[in-house]
Design a protein around this ligand. Structure first.
Ligand code: CA
Length: 218
């Protein structure tokens, strides 16, 4: 069977160039974030394009994001959504999401996006309690130790046939190495196994970026 390609700077540059039709605001957001000390938290253009395409394939009009950082993924999906589409972003950082807001405005999609600042578990529990309208697509990309809590809540908030995508599920390959047993690796490894065995969803692991687990709610 074919295997993941060995990565190289040359190949990465090629994927960045050819693998996505990147909106100018997305490019500027990516370039500004690249100078940031936490730049590794940003998804690549190829992943942004894949998420936008997935959003279109399932006719996403409501997108939920848990962990927004400087706004690249929310912008990529918002640009692929209809004018009346709605994005709800959960994050704890005003500093990072102020950068996000600037690019959402620049791209003309700020009106589609609502930012809810605060611990996401509380925000999600409030949405469940108040009967928030169902989402078509949820993306989980925040603190890894809480992923299971986010996944359980996303399962409640996404419609049947809707999609949950979880980022960094290969964790630089550490999940496959039994000698790696730090708390974060253990949490992601356990969640990968749980989703693999979870009959509430159909699933596939993509070797995209740092690993994206896709779970379609049955
Ligand atoms: Ca990530």
């Amino acid at each position: 069977m074919s295997r993941m390609l060995p990565s190289s700077d040359q190949l990465f540059a090629y994927i960045t160039d050819i693998g996505a039709r990147e909106h100018p605001a997305l490019r500027r957001c990516r370039e500004e974030t690249a100078k940031h000390p936490h730049s590794g938290m940003q998804i690549g253009p190829d992943q942004g394009a894949a998420m936008a395409l997935l959003a279109q394939l399932i006719s996403t009009s409501r997108y939920l994001e848990i962990g927004t950082f400087t706004g690249y993924s929310a912008l990529a999906v918002a640009l692929a959504m209809p004018d009346d589409g709605r994005v709800v972003c959960c994050d704890v950082s005003k500093e990072f999401t102020d950068i996000a807001r600037r690019y959402w405005g620049e791209a003309g999609v700020a009106a589609k996006i609502e930012l809810r600042l605060g611990p996401a578990v509380e925000t999600l529990d409030r949405m469940i309690a108040t009967g928030e309208a169902a989402f078509d697509f949820a993306f989980i990309d925040a603190d890894k130790e809480s992923y299971d809590a986010y996944y359980e809540r996303a399962l409640k908030l996404v419609r049947a046939g809707g999609l949950i995508a979880l980022d960094n599920m290969l964790w630089s390959g550490k999940v496959a190495d039994p000698s790696e047993c730090d708390e974060t690796t253990a949490a992601l490894r356990a969640l990968n196994r749980k989703i693999h065995d979870d009959d509430r969803v159909d699933m596939a692991m993509l070797a995209l970026g740092d690993g994206v687990m896709l779970a379609r709610k049955r």
